[in-house]
Design a protein around this ligand. Structure first.
Ligand code: B12
Ligand code: SF4
Ligand code: SF4
Length: 408
């Protein structure tokens, strides 16, 4: 990020006490050329789509407040901590006039969705998480884009370009911004999707103090479809465009620190890290491109992984096998918690019972994990050998085989 100097003639938009910037002297024609350049540089940096949005998210403030008031964020206190700053990019980074929104595709080749979900002895890991953690990589690429813009502006005599890259965890409404920037429409599962690209992509943003020309949002395309709402294993999509995170398997297996409420455990099936079901049944994903980044390819140890092998990993094995991956963030205990649930949901098997019993004696678990192991043992000892997939999961699998044959 470049440093800024106080403005000689204060600009009403950017004249904030904490951060003064000079009004941008670039002409409309220069900004147009720069806009085209930014899109070209974005492509060269591996972004599949770049769009520009203004900073007015006022129409989303009531929806965000309502979501928080209903407690849908669960334990994710960071969602509530910053007040409405999440919907006000100019408060988050004073001086911001535009948000450059970027899309990076993550769908790995040979995703094997259906084969993975069909076999309850395998763990299912969300396809965004099988490779390298995306946060740092995307932020670095956005920073490079910002540096290129800064250099270009300097050649035009403007030395005060100021930008700040964001990816994911920062308090900003990434999806409404991407929607405004024309990266896609907001699907009923609340994710951004594009007719040519589906939804298997990450979003990142560059907040910038240049009045770049704006992109136009694309038309909403869900029409009468409600496949994602109907297929969600835990009924987490409580209304079109609204996800109660407390019910979402992604939240339960990744964000939630403590025990996973019992009512959700049978519904989680073999999903041990995140969930893709609402995207798997989405017809728009039939055309989704594969990632161009080998960093996002699933590492071999996580391809169709056997639950018992994963459950046997010691903490040091867990840390080395997940080094550089987003999975590492949940830590070994939550990893064991999640796998214990999947083992409880697997068909009755003496080998599973012994593995669960062995883990009870391990130094690496605490009371929280122990409670999940006991739950899994109860499931294992109570069920008939061939009880397996829920009806909803069977429907999701049929839908993948029909709609996403390449990735089935
Ligand atoms: C918190 C969070 C979660 C939570 C809550 C999810 C949620 N739906 O809010 C949990 C842990 C459950 C989660 C799960 C996932 N997440 Co997440 N998550 C976030 C995070 C950090 C904040 C989202 C947020 O602000 N939610 C609050 C709600 C109120 O805001 P919103 O949904 O964005 O927008 C609302 C308004 O815009 C409004 N709205 C917009 N248009 C319209 C239209 C109409 C008609 C109406 C009525 C309303 C409306 O409704 C929206 C929904 O309430 C973002 C990154 C970020 N900083 O934005 C990533 C992000 C949204 N997650 C992402 C991903 C990939 C996932 C998962 C797919 C991961 C996985 N496979 O397990 C799942 C998908 C679950 C799902 N269906 O949403 C990506 C989405 C990329 C994309 N293509 O859209 C993001 C953008 C991260 C990134 N940088 O790439 N996530
Ligand atoms: S990620 Fe899974 S649990 Fe969460 S909303 Fe989508 S289908 Fe439901
Ligand atoms: S499954 Fe249907 S309703 Fe859901 S996002 Fe895709 S097109 Fe929209």
């Amino acid at each position: 990020m470049t440093t800024t100097t106080p403005a000689l003639t204060p600009d009403p938009i950017t004249d904030l006490e904490t951060h003064l910037t000079k009004p941008c002297p670039l002409t409309v024609a220069q900004l147009d050329v720069l806009n085209r350049q930014i899109k070209q540089w974005g492509k060269e940096l591996g972004f599949a789509h770049i769009g520009v949005a203004d900073i007015d998210l006022s129409q989303h403030e009531a929806g965000l407040q309502d979501w928080l008031d209903k407690g849908y964020h669960g334990e994710m206190n960071y969602m509530a901590n910053h007040g409405m700053m999440r919907a006000r990019p100019n408060e988050l980074h004073p001086g911001t006039l535009r948000v450059i929104c970027a899309r990076m595709d993550y769908l790995p080749p040979d995703a094997g969705f259906a084969s993975n979900l069909t076999d309850p002895n395998l763990g299912y890991i969300s396809r965004y998480a099988g490779g390298r953690d995306y946060h740092k990589m995307i932020r670095q690429r956005l920073k490079k884009l910002g540096d290129k813009i800064t250099e270009h502006c300097q050649t035009l005599g403007f030395d005060d370009t100021d930008f700040r890259p964001f990816v994911d965890s920062a308090p900003i409404l990434e999806r409404p911004l991407a929607d405004k920037a024309g990266l896609g429409w907001t699907g009923k599962h609340s994710l951004i999707l594009h007719p040519d690209a589906g939804s298997w992509f990450f979003l990142g943003e560059l907040l910038i103090n240049l009045p770049l020309p704006l992109d136009i949002p694309i038309e909403e395309g869900c029409n009468t479809c409600v496949a994602c709402i109907k297929s969600c294993p835990t009924d987490a999509i409580v209304a079109p465009y609204v996800v109660d995170a407390r019910r979402c398997i992604s939240y339960l297996t990744i964000e939630l620190q403590g025990a996973i409420p019992e009512e959700f455990r049978p519904l989680i099936g073999n999903r041990i890290y995140g969930c893709d079901d609402c995207q798997l049944v989405c017809p728009v994903n039939a055309k989704a491109p594969l990632t161009q980044e080998t960093d996002f390819h699933t590492r071999s140890v996580l391809i169709q992984p056997d639950l018992l092998s994963l459950f046997a990993w010691s903490e040091s094995q867990f840390l080395s096998q997940t080094e550089g991956s987003a999975i590492r963030r949940i830590g070994h205990k939550r990893w064991l918690r999640n796998i214990a649930i999947a083992l409880g949901n697997a068909p009755a098997n003496p080998a599973i019972i012994s593995a669960l019993e062995r883990r009870k004696d391990s130094q690496e678990i605490d009371d929280m994990v122990l409670e999940h192991i006991d739950w899994a043992l109860l499931q294992q000892t109570q069920k008939a050998p061939l009880e397996t997939l829920s009806r909803k999961t069977q429907r999701v699998i049929r839908s993948i085989q029909k709609g996403l044959p390449r990735d089935a």
